[in-house]
Design a protein around this ligand. Structure first.
Ligand SMILES: Cc1cc2nc3c(=O)[nH]c(=O)nc-3n(C[C@H](O)[C@H](O)[C@H](O)COP(=O)(O)OP(=O)(O)OC[C@H]3O[C@@H](n4cnc5c(N)ncnc54)[C@H](O)[C@@H]3O)c2cc1C
Length: 414
């Protein structure tokens, strides 16, 4: 497939985006590809090197405002980076995107002072972040969060456990969503977001355990045992934690995961077509057989549609237009269609797909990991049904774009 951005994306890309696309491809080929081989070979290791390489290149700064040392390049630019890196290593793309979700939360909910403290560290790559919402018992049901935060003088004391937290073992700080209210208070007002530095006493992170795929990426557990943090680490208002988690999941998590799925999907198609074109059969190759071409046609249709959904949704976001359902849909179908193509590809490869460490196995395993984060399929369909039924719900894209809080000047400046 051509490295240059395809004409189909022309409505969404500027000349700067084209440059970024080429730069990301060149960087992924030179630096990420060798790491991807190492990461696959050692699934028990958390890959720091690839995070350092992306940090040195300035990729973590992509959505950080210039006032805080960032590139301020927007959502389409972020999608380009994640998509093009995921094409070579979904695990590397996962490391990048997992930090960019809490960056989004800070942009919209943190005070100017908090942004000035945290965002330059993210932009220069010295600190990676997580957003820690999911819990062992209550899973993705945010309203059921049990991790508690109790006020003790000028501090908060946080106790509980989080699980499947992206970048758990690399992050210097975690944006933890905790219950900071008495039982009985409605979830919409019971939760609060807290920045918890990784070296706070009482925070422990069990050893990394590799999952099915995304080798090198850590999505582990945080155990918080009476972790004391100062009041200035509260992000947003007390009781705004559900909004922090939901909005960053919709505006940043969904499009990030759509971009990861898109990159994996593209690699699946490249791998499949290369195989079919090179394997001899009768007087030609497997790619000549109508029944196989028919399946490749279906894969191509799904991938092209995923690409439009992923880029159109973030383009709308960059324009400040209401697009929550488009972001949800891009994540939902982007994953679903990539999984179908990965399964087709396994079958089109015959026994070769099952050979030791054949690349397709990595793609097939990695794509399973874009289903749960930022909302499972069920969660996406709940949101899409609400949109179809015209029900009253918050349009985060509209509300937060209108506020554009991070664009406001330093209130302390003369
Ligand atoms: C690679 C990866 C990265 C992740 N990164 C993060 C992260 O950075 N931060 C974080 O907080 N979490 C993260 N997660 C966790 C992810 O958000 C959860 O896995 C997800 O919310 C689902 O929770 P669960 O796995 O416990 O499933 P469960 O909540 O146990 O759900 C199991 C099944 O039941 C369905 N279900 C549950 N409740 C309902 C309902 N009310 N209606 C309909 N269906 C329902 C679900 O859709 C799912 O199919 C990550 C997960 C993965 C795999």
């Amino acid at each position: 497939m051509s490295a240059t951005p395809p004409p189909a994306l022309r409505p969404y890309l500027t000349a700067r985006h084209d440059l970024l696309w080429d730069e990301a491809d060149a960087f992924a080929a030179e630096y990420i590809a060798p790491c991807a081989v190492r990461m696959e070979a050692a699934p028990g290791n958390v890959e720091r090197k690839v995070a350092e390489l992306m940090a040195a290149r300035g990729w973590f700064a992509i959505t950080v405002p210039a006032a805080f040392g960032g590139l301020d390049a927007g959502h389409v630019a972020k999608t380009i980076l994640i998509h093009r890196i995921a094409r070579v290593s979904a695990a590397a793309a996962a490391i990048l995107q997992a930090t960019l979700i809490p960056v989004g939360a800070l942009l919209h909910f943190a005070t100017y002072k908090q942004k000035a403290e945290w965002l330059p560290q993210v932009a220069d790559g010295s600190t990676l972040l997580t957003i820690a919402a999911t819990e062992p018992l209550t899973g993705g049901h945010l309203g059921g969060i049990q991790t508690s935060a109790e006020h003790a003088g000028s501090e908060w004391v946080i106790t509980g456990s989080k699980i499947h937290i992206g970048n758990s073992h690399l992050a210097g700080a975690h944006l933890v969503i905790a219950r900071a209210a008495e039982p009985g208070v409605r979830a919409s007002h019971a939760l609060t977001a807290f920045m918890v530095e990784a070296d706070r006493p009482g925070l422990s992170i069990p050893d990394h355990r590799p999952g099915l795929g995304l080798h090198g990426f850590s999505a582990g557990r945080l155990d918080l045992d009476h972790v004391r943090i100062p009041a200035e680490n509260v992000v947003g208002d007390i009781g705004q934690g559900l909004s922090v988690a939901q909005s960053s999941s919709i505006l940043y998590g969904r499009p990030n995961l759509a971009a990861v799925s898109l990159g994996v999907h593209e690699a699946v198609i490249d791998t499949t077509t290369a195989r079919l074109k090179s394997r001899p059969r009768y007087q030609g190759t497997l790619s000549d057989l109508p029944v196989l071409r028919d399946r490749v046609g279906d894969m191509e249709a799904r991938w092209r549609a995923s690409r439009i959904l992923a880029y159109q949704a973030v383009h709308l976001l960059d324009q400040g237009l209401p697009c929550d359902a488009d972001l949800i849909n891009a994540k939902y179908l982007g994953h679903q269609w990539a999984v179908q193509s990965a399964q087709d590809s396994m079958e089109l490869h015959g026994a070769q797909a099952l050979e030791h460490d054949y690349v397709l196995q990595r793609l097939w395993r990695d794509i399973q990991h874009t289903y749960p984060p930022a909302g499972t399929g069920e969660v996406q369909r709940i949101g899409l049904a609400a949109s179809a039924l015209d029900e009253d719900h918050i349009q985060w894209s509209e509300r937060l774009a209108a506020e554009a809080a991070w664009a406001q000047p330093d209130p302390t400046a003369a």
